[in-house]
Design a protein around this ligand. Structure first.
Ligand SMILES: *Cc1c(COP(=O)(O)O)cnc(C)c1O
Length: 356
C-alpha cells in the first residue's frame, strides 16, 4: 500500500534520549524545558520575535482570531482545509469567501476589495500547498481599510519569499505541526507574531488566562507536552534533508508526467518552495475520479485536497466562487513523503498515463 502521506519518525534511539530526560525530570507538560527549547529554536529558524507552541494548528487559528479581537466578517479563502473556515465560525465571526487565483490557488487580492464593508475586521488567507499568497497586495488592502491579517501557514513551514520566512508575515501567522505536515510534533501548532502585545495575549489565552495565582483574561488550554516537543527537537535539524528529498520526488513526478495534461500550481516570483505536497489538476472531474479509482485499485491512496470548496460547506453556505469550485472538483494530491521511492513514483505515473 502506498499512502498519500506518511509521518517521518526519527530513529528510536534519538527519541529515547529525550524520553530519558522526561523520566529523569518528571516534567511532562506545562511549558517544560523541551517546549521552551523548541520555541527558541523555531523562533531562530523562522527569524521571528514571538512563537507560541500550541497543541494543534486549529487552536492556533482560534487563539489568533481572539487575540486580534476580530468580530463581524472575516474575508477568507474557499480553497483551504476546513479548519480555516471552522475557526472563524467557532469564534463567532462570519466567513466571507473571496475567490482564488487560477495560477497558485491562493486568495485573489482583486476579489477581496469588493467584499469589504464596515463589518469586515480581517483577512484570513492560507498559503496553499506552501506557496506564498501575494502578501504585498494583501498588506496594502489591509492597511487601506484598517483590517488585520492572519495567515494560515499550516503548509508554509520553511518556505521563503524574497529571503524572508513566509511564516513571519501578517499580524499573526499560524502553523500546524500535525503528523502529516512537513515538520511535525505528532500533534502541534504555533502562533507567530512580531507584535509584543498580541504575543502577550496569545500566551495567556494558551494557558487558561492566568499565570500562577494571577488571573488576567479568559483563556483556553492550548498547551503542548514535552513528548510532543521532543519529537520536534528530533526532527527540526533534519529539515534540509526532508525538503531535499521532496524536491527530488517532485522533479521525478514532473519528468514522468511531462506529457500528461495536468495543471500544477505556480509560485510567485521570489519564492523558495518547501515541496510539501504534489497536487495535480485534471482537465475535468471525471478524469480525476477515473484516475483516483484506478490508483486505489492498485493500492495507491490519493486525496482530494482540498475538496469541497469551503463556500459549499453545509455549516456555512457562502457566495459562489467559480475558480475555487472548479479547481477543487478536479484536484488530486498524489503521494508525497520522505520514504516514497523512485519505483513508487514510476508506478504511480505509469498508472496515471494509462488513464488518458
Ligand atoms: C492541517 C491544517 C490545519 C489544521 O491543523 P491541525 O494541527 O490539524 O489542527 C489548518 N489549516 C490548514 C491549511 C491545514 O492544512
Amino acid at each position: 500500500m502506498i499512502t498519500v502521506t506518511k509521518a517521518y519518525l526519527p530513529a528510536y534511539k534519538e527519541y529515547e534520549k529525550y524520553l530519558k530526560k522526561i523520566w529523569a525530570s518528571g516534567w511532562l507538560t506545562n511549558h517544560g524545558p523541551m517546549v521552551n527549547e523548541l520555541e527558541e529554536k523555531l523562533k531562530k529558524y523562522l527569524g521571528v520575535k514571538h512563537l507560541i507552541y500550541t497543541n494543534n494548528g486549529t487552536i492556533a487559528l482560534q487563539i489568533a482570531i481572539k487575540a486580534l479581537n476580530l468580530t463581524g466578517e472575516i474575508i477568507t479563502t474557499p480553497f483551504s482545509y476546513v479548519a480555516t473556515t471552522n475557526s472563524i465560525l467557532w469564534e463567532g465571526c462570519t466567513p466571507v469567501f473571496a475567490d482564488i487565483n487560477d495560477s497558485d490557488f491562493n486568495i485573489n487580492p482583486d476579489k477581496i476589495i469588493p467584499l469589504i464593508n464596515k463589518k469586515t475586521s480581517a483577512i484570513l488567507a492560507t498559503h496553499v500547498y506552501g506557496n506564498p499568497c501575494d502578501v504585498d497586495a494583501i498588506k496594502k488592502i489591509a492597511a487601506g481599510y484598517n483590517l488585520k491579517i492572519i495567515y494560515d501557514g499550516a503548509h508554509a513551514f520553511a518556505t521563503t519569499l524574497n529571503n524572508k520566512k513566509v511564516l513571519s508575515f501578517g499580524d499573526v501567522s499560524t502553523c500546524s505541526f500535525h503528523a502529516t505536515k512537513l515538520f511535525h510534533t505528532v500533534e502541534g501548532g504555533a502562533v507567530i507574531t512580531n507584535d509584543d502585545e498580541v504575543a502577550e495575549k496569545m500566551m495567556l489565552y494558551r494557558q487558561f488566562g492566568h499565570i500562577g495565582d494571577k488571573y488576567f483574561s479568559i483563556g483556553i488550554n492550548g498547551k503542548n507536552s514535552e513528548f510532543h516537543a521532543a519529537m520536534g527537537l528530533c526532527l527540526l535539524p533534519m529539515m534540509k534533508k526532508f525538503i531535499g528529498k521532496r524536491k527530488k520526488i517532485t522533479a521525478l513526478y514532473d519528468k514522468l508526467l511531462r506529457d500528461v495534461n495536468l495543471q500544477r500550481p505556480d509560485s510567485i516570483a521570489g519564492t523558495v518552495y518547501n515541496y510539501c505536497y504534489y497536487p495535480v489538476v485534471f482537465e475535468n472531474e471525471e478524469k480525476m475520479l477515473i484516475t483516483k479509482s484506478l490508483l486505489q485499485k492498485n493500492e495507491i491512496n490519493t486525496r482530494r485536497y482540498f475538496y469541497p470548496s469551503l463556500n459549499n460547506l453545509p455549516q456555512y453556505k457562502g457566495e459562489a466562487c467559480p475558480v475555487s469550485e472548479s479547481i477543487s472538483s478536479r484536484v488530486l494530491a498524489l503521494p508525497m513523503y520522505y520514504d516514497l521511492t523512485e519505483e513508487d513514483v514510476s508506478k504511480i505515473c505509469d498508472l496515471i498515463k494509462t488513464c488518458r
